[in-house]
Write a protein that binds this ligand. Structure first.
Ligand SMILES: [Zn+2]
Length: 72
């Protein structure tokens, strides 16, 4: 079974600036720079947080109900 994970789609040098959910290729997450220079850790955190939120909103039932869902 496939699991959703965060897949980076755009890099700025070694900084991830855009990512998508591996199971929802159309769902893009973008990191926004609050400073003049993008901070790697900050961007990673933003993408991770957005992805966590997406997991809760979209995939919470797929990850929770692995032990049989009769409503198919
Ligand atoms: Zn997804």
């Amino acid at each position: 079974m496939k699991k959703p994970y965060l897949r980076v789609t755009k890099w700025l040098a070694d900084i991830p600036v855009e990512a998508c959910c591996a199971m929802c290729p159309n769902h893009l997450f973008r990191a926004v720079s609050h400073q003049h220079r993008p901070q790697k850790g900050d961007f990673q955190e933003q993408l991770q947080k957005a992805f966590d939120q997406h997991l809760k909103e979209v995939h919470s039932n797929t990850t929770d109900s692995l032990n049989g869902n009769s409503m198919s």
